[in-house]
Ligand binder design. Sequence first.
Ligand code: UDP
Length: 477
Amino acid sequence: MSKPHVAVLPSPGLGHVTPLLELAKRLVTQFDLHVTVLVVTSTIPSPALSQLLHSPALPADLDVVELPPVDAAALVTDEMQLLTQLAVMVEHSLNASLKSVLLEIGTPKALIIDIFCTQAFDICKPLSIPVYSFFTASVALMTFSLYLPTMDREIDGEFVDLPEPVAVPGCTPIRTADLLDQVKDRTNDEYRWYLHHVGRLPEAAGIFLNSWEGIEPVSIKSLTEHPFYRGIPIPEIFPVGPLIKQVECTAETDAELINWLDEQPSKSVLFVALGSGGTFTSAQLTELAWGLELSEQRFVLVARFPWDRSASAAYFNAGSGGGEEDGPARYLPEGFVERTKGRGVVVASWAPQIAVLGHVATGGFLSHCGWNSTLESVSSGVPMIAWPLYAEQRMNATILEEEVGVAVKMAAAAGDGAAAVVGREEIERVVRLVMEGEKGKEMREKARLLKESAAKAVSGGGGSSESMAKVAEGWKK
Ligand code: UDP
């Protein structure tokens, strides 16, 4: 008898594809399902994404089917911000081909989408395919997002101008400065797209969360118990996190880096990386390099080409390099690479993050606080220096510092726009605090406990594993 078949549909971008692919792998290997991952492809190549989707390590019974590519250049303009570009590409792709692809692969029992693929509700209804949502960010952002349509109806003016933090029902209030970028200007298309997609969350047959009670107890409890969410009402929720990708080192440079880490003392290295698309300005990168040098700590620095000198959007073509070809020494302070040789390693563009975070030599992570990076760090028991850049990262940084206690935030940059920088002395101070201070020890202990709690959640009998089993067994009936 053939195995029950479900399909998974992430929107473009590594931060979305990674956790949905991980879910797909577990449905195949732990629950004996057949899973097809449907990929929205564009004409913009992403080597990191391609490596992930075509990895020889993917299990049999996990198929990857690419939807016919959309011509990104014809659909999106430079004036459109990132979410608008993404939403336009996804809408076009799904309307053009999702129905026929679902029929071709044999009408799966269920489709799991991420937040920006909600057209799938309309496309799947006539096919009688139940659609589940997978929320790739924190539960704190999920509760805020479920409250957003109410805020939109009841509040005039901009949310960032509210005199008080936003009182999300049952949750810790969110400071207006921490609100996600997409809701900071209600006249912008970014806002309209975000509101549109999150407004459809209640239509899902169920909602998967890439989180667990160990890291977000209050938000998860609120979702299930608070009258506001029950009154919407929202469908059943399934906390299945942390779902993070597995170690994969394939490039030659990865082996060199791991060999170097093997020679460093335990917990002595600070890993510095800003997700799939994060970049600094030239001025900020210079200060960061000086801060690292002055701190006298060991480090691995992923140094991308500065955004004020680059033309490409790193988010969609992660891992491809965008000006790093001649080596980072060209855009780092003169002599930095030589002066820090032996104590630090500079990587252009991309590092094997999971392997670095999981290495015993790694003792801290300077991160932009994307949700995947956050989950990867705490799952490895590594404390963080939070340097949020965009999207909902400021919210994540605040939660990690104030509620979870595993991060310390970098001071805000002084100055305006591209000229705003965090100075080298502040960077040196925070790096020392986390790598050699008492504060660092405290955070490392909290991170160690979270690592244990994360491992327990996803292992047999753990909460996340049971949640996944509940849905998967339902599909098998
Ligand atoms: N990543 C990586 N190497 C790098 C930078 C990032 O492997 O040098 C991976 C990281 O492990 C994570 C993802 O890229 O899985 C970034 O996702 P996240 O949600 O943290 O941030 P986003 O890219 O969505 O801003």
